[in-house]
Design a protein around this ligand. Structure first.
Ligand SMILES: [Zn+2]
Length: 376
């Protein structure tokens, strides 16, 4: 073995290096720099060191390095020694997504991926398929499907990038299937709430006496303009333009109501314009200027809406997911919706497929006004 492929030595000053407890060092060159790997002697069943076994491990590593360099597949083993948490941070900071997307990755890293995998090396995580599956299916098992997907995308994204960058040769964490738990991806059980049901939700009922919610107008913003909950909470009167016929949405309330953030999937300053049904403008027209729901400089907290609005309705008091009240925007104009070409040709399978299409469809303004005239 030539000098080029490294030397094996002990760095200690012991008289009997064959029998001392210090590690064997393999010193080799990679990318024009000298590197070192160290190997301890293995222990036998009784816990006594097997003298010389560390040197054999060093020789094996030396052989592999020599072979890989000749075969031109050499990857410096020390490159895989970086901390997984640091690699995640780097990956997130380079991610091309919107700020909110990065925030979502950061919070998953802080709360779940970091505590379990953060202090291991990149190379160790690449081999830790079992632990990654446990993290995704047990630790995150009860949570929402989207959190599991974010965690999986983070872990496999970092590992994939490390393979491409030549820091590790491969990883074993690909193709992990997540349990769905009937989560966000599945809208099969969604039933559009009727007007009467939303009315009950917003204002309560007299007989029997039930309370409505604190900001009933949010329901009609969601229903009429397809807003998400946090978007509805941050609407200002000046967002209504063109004589109250268009709503420009450009921000959403933070969960704690202290600030506003850019829209989901969009960068700060980006907006979308939504046609406004006449009944909604009639409700807003005479309100004072400013944020519709601001109180003492605070927007309502996300939690001000009862869980039956926030979450899928498990008990069936309201049909399906009122959370997706935004979906209901499409109800009143359902027949006139500009369906995708596939749908018109009758090639869209089943109701859940149908609803996935619905989710992000926004009716055009002529369609809305037609539908409003019809139902008025
Ligand atoms: Zn020694």
């Amino acid at each position: 073995m030539g000098q080029r492929h490294g030397t094996i030595l002990k760095k200690c000053q012991c008289a009997n290096k064959e029998r001392c407890r210090h590690k064997w060092t393999l010193r080799y060159w990679a990318d024009g720099r000298q590197r070192e790997l160290s190997f301890a002697d293995e222990l036998d069943a009784a816990g006594r060191p097997k003298y010389g076994s560390g040197r054999r491990l060093a020789q094996d590593a030396q052989l592999k390095i020599a072979h890989d360099k000749r075969a031109r597949v050499f990857i410096d083993p020390t490159l895989g020694n970086t901390r997984f948490r640091d690699e995640c941070e780097k990956w997130i900071s380079r991610h091309a997504g919107a700020d909110l997307t990065k925030e979502a990755y950061q919070s998953i890293l802080r709360a779940h991926v970091g505590p379990v995998l953060g202090d291991r090396t990149l190379a160790a995580v690449a081999q830790a398929r079992d632990d990654v599956i446990d993290l995704l299916t047990v630790r995150l098992g009860a949570g929402s499907n989207s959190r599991r997907k974010i965690a999986r995308a983070l872990i496999t994204g970092v590992l994939y990038e490390a393979v491409v960058a030549g820091k590790i040769t491969m990883h074993r964490c690909g193709g992990i299937v997540l349990p769905d738990n009937g989560g966000n991806g599945d809208h099969g059980d969604f039933v559009f709430p009727t007007h009467a049901q939303l009315d009950t939700l917003a204002y309560g009922t007299k007989e029997p006496e039930t309370k409505g919610i604190r900001h009933p107008l949010t329901i009609w913003l969601m229903r009429g303009c397809g807003l998400r909950i946090e978007e509805a909470l941050a609407v200002q009167k000046s967002c209504f333009r063109d004589g109250g016929t268009v709503l420009r949405v450009f921000e959403q309330a933070s969960r704690d109501g202290r600030t506003t953030k850019p829209l989901k999937h969009r960068k700060a300053g980006e907006y979308r314009d939504i046609p406004v049904p006449a009944y909604l403008w009639a409700m807003v027209k005479n309100l004072p200027d400013g944020y519709l729901f601001m109180n003492d400089g605070l927007l309502p907290r996300y939690s001000c809406l009862p869980p039956r609005v926030q979450r899928p309705c498990a008990q069936g008091r309201y049909p399906g997911r009122v959370h997706a009240a935004q979906l209901a925007a499409c109800v009143r104009v359902g027949p006139a919706l500009p369906w995708s070409a596939d749908h018109r040709r009758g090639q869209v399978a089943g109701p859940s497929e149908h609803q996935r299409h619905l989710r992000h469809l926004r009716p055009s303004r002529p369609v809305i006004s037609q539908a409003c005239t019809r139902s008025a």
